[in-house]
Write a new protein. Structure first.
Length: 297
């Protein structure tokens, strides 16, 4: 079984090769269990033990949030606070601004839709490379004064408008859009967020995931958004990996299954949502599957 071009054995060997530079050595079997969990060759039983996926083949995946499981995971790393994440961020997270953040996670020439109205088609089309806002910029003018804050679509888009039959409705008779999957040029990221998990526990769990986490951003509310690097060849491959392999495992520790879709808005950092800042806690444009817990401060 292969995911993102690597076999399970290759992933295990890679993580073991990083051990000499880690904050703490791996525990016995830790790497093998983590990789098996992500590759979907094992699943967590409700008692916390790993059982072969083949034994569950005829059972519907359990995607219910299990607070007791999250609490056990979080108890392994209670020190993972916001400042703890900032200290381990490969790139600085203070005073970057929304444009510099987007520049860090995009390729030259790519276009990103940004929103102050969640259900709209976007108020700003931003282009990487000079940070040019093609419409309604600059993004820095959004930093204060927005009661609902701001979002962006992490998958880059063409920026062109389409009229799609499947989107035709009473409110949109032509099906006109520029934020649908047909507009996406790269299915690069997946969003992991939780509205149910206690924030401190959710941060601790994120820090221990063997996933390539690009950024961690607070929502200006209760939830905390993490982007992971997927780099899928197309939406079908994205769905196969994220909806197929990751969904059940992440949902059980509090991830919102509804947010694990290929075209999903996430919070834009350095923007105030009313009085509260949508704060960048971690930024790594070139992540590996090494858990953040194992990164040096």
């Amino acid at each position: 079984m292969q995911r993102s071009g690597h076999t399970e054995r290759e992933a295990i060997d890679f993580l073991h090769a990083q051990e000499t530079g880690l904050r703490r050595p791996y525990q016995a079997g830790e790497v093998e269990r983590a990789v098996a969990l992500i590759f979907g060759t094992t699943q967590l039983h409700h008692g916390g033990n790993l059982i072969p996926r083949a034994h569950c083949a005829q059972r519907r995946p359990d995607i219910r949030f299990k607070p007791d499981l999250l609490a056990r995971v979080a108890a392994e790393l209670p020190e993972a606070t916001a400042n703890w994440f900032k200290a381990r961020s490969p790139l600085p997270v203070e005073n970057r601004g929304p444009e510099r953040f987007l520049h860090a996670i995009t390729n030259a020439g790519e276009r990103v839709l940004c929103f102050t109205e969640f259900k709209s088609q976007g108020q700003c089309l931003w282009r990487s490379g000079g940070g040019l806002c093609l419409t309604n910029g600059p993004l820095s003018k959004w930093c204060n004064g927005l009661s609902d804050g701001a979002w962006f679509l992490p998958q880059p888009v063409t920026g062109e408008w389409l009229e799609l039959d499947r989107l035709k409705s009473e409110h949109n008779p032509t099906g006109r859009t520029r934020r649908a999957e047909e507009c996406v040029t790269s299915f690069r990221f997946a969003l992991i967020e939780s509205d149910e998990a206690e924030p401190a526990q959710w941060l601790s769990a994120l820090a221990q995931l063997p996933l390539p986490i690009v950024s961690v951003v607070t929502s200006g509310g209760k939830s905390i958004h993490a982007l992971i690097l997927v780099n899928a060849a197309n939406k079908a491959a994205w769905d196969d990996f994220v909806r197929g392999d990751l969904l059940a495992q992440l949902a059980r520790i509090g991830a919102d299954p509804a947010a694990l879709t290929a075209v999903r808005l996430t919070r834009l950092p350095f923007i105030h949502r009313g009085e509260r800042l949508q704060e960048l806690l971690f930024l790594n444009p070139e992540p590996s599957c090494t858990p953040i817990a194992n990164l040096q401060p």
